[in-house]
Design a protein around this ligand. Structure first.
Ligand code: FES
Length: 242
């Protein structure tokens, strides 16, 4: 015990102020003030297939991993048909205290959702080579229920039925929601913006070199007019399992 105390004192000599604070008030994390967020508008883009034909909402397979890049040319998002009507409004919170109401699903059955596929923990994302993050319809080692988005990099699990809130693991906040619009007449789908804790700036910073090697100066180009929807299996050669 005395050795531990001596070590603590030695460390404190190197940085007196934090140690004084630790000694005075142990384990009282500062409360993060809540700040209501507003949805962020980006270009309104139509989701199309690889031939450029508009995707019809009714054609989406249930519990299937679809990917499209939005709102930037290098930032992937998941599109999921969860095959049941989802709650219309759920209160969510980011790690910096931002609050927002996730608006639920779109489509005739209100079952279609989209989220940024950039993990809120350390920004793992689907690349052409591998995806550590994906929707897992079946139970897995890290989630007994299944029907969750799992990131195998450090085992964060998100619930896509409830705004991609964190179910378990180190992720500090939900995946950012991608706002969708459904045209009831044509059954077409549009991405129109984001809601929640975007990670795009951190993503561009972290992967600056990699993205410039792969895409030159196009990584931060805004997606305009249309976004191509593909199967995750076509987007990434391998999907990590955990
Ligand atoms: S990067 Fe996804 S859990 Fe760490």
């Amino acid at each position: 015990m005395e050795t531990t105390r001596r070590k603590f004192i030695e460390i404190c000599v190197a940085g007196a102020t934090p140690c004084a604070a630790m000694a005075a008030s142990p384990a009282t994390p500062a409360a993060i003030a809540s700040t209501p967020l507003t949805a962020k508008k980006y270009n309104r883009v139509k989701l199309v297939d690889i031939d450029g034909k508009a995707i019809k909402a009714k054609s989406l397979k249930a519990h299937h991993n679809y990917v499209f890049n939005y709102p930037y040319a290098s930032t992937p998002c998941f599109l999921l048909n969860l095959d049941k009507a989802l709650p219309e409004k759920v209160s969510m919170k980011t790690d910096t205290g931002g609050t927002y109401d996730w608006p639920g699903g779109v489509g005739v059955s209100k079952s279609i959702v989209a989220y940024s596929a950039i993990c809120a923990h350390k920004l793992a994302y689907p690349t052409p080579q591998v995806s550590f993050i994906s929707y897992r319809p079946q139970p897995s080692k890290i989630n007994a229920r299944g029907q969750v988005i799992s990131c195998c990099a450090d085992k964060s699990v998100y619930d896509p039925f409830i705004g991609a809130r964190v179910v378990s693991g180190p992720a500090p906040q939900p995946l950012a929601a991608i706002l969708l619009e459904h045209d009831a007449k044509t059954d077409e789908l549009f991405a129109i913006g984001t809601f929640g804790g975007e990670k795009f700036n951190e993503f561009f910073q972290k992967y600056d070199f990699k993205l410039s090697m792969e895409m030159g100066d196009k990584a931060k180009d805004a997606v305009t007019a249309t976004a191509k929807l593909t199967d995750l299996a076509a987007y990434s050669t391998q999907t990590a399992q955990c």
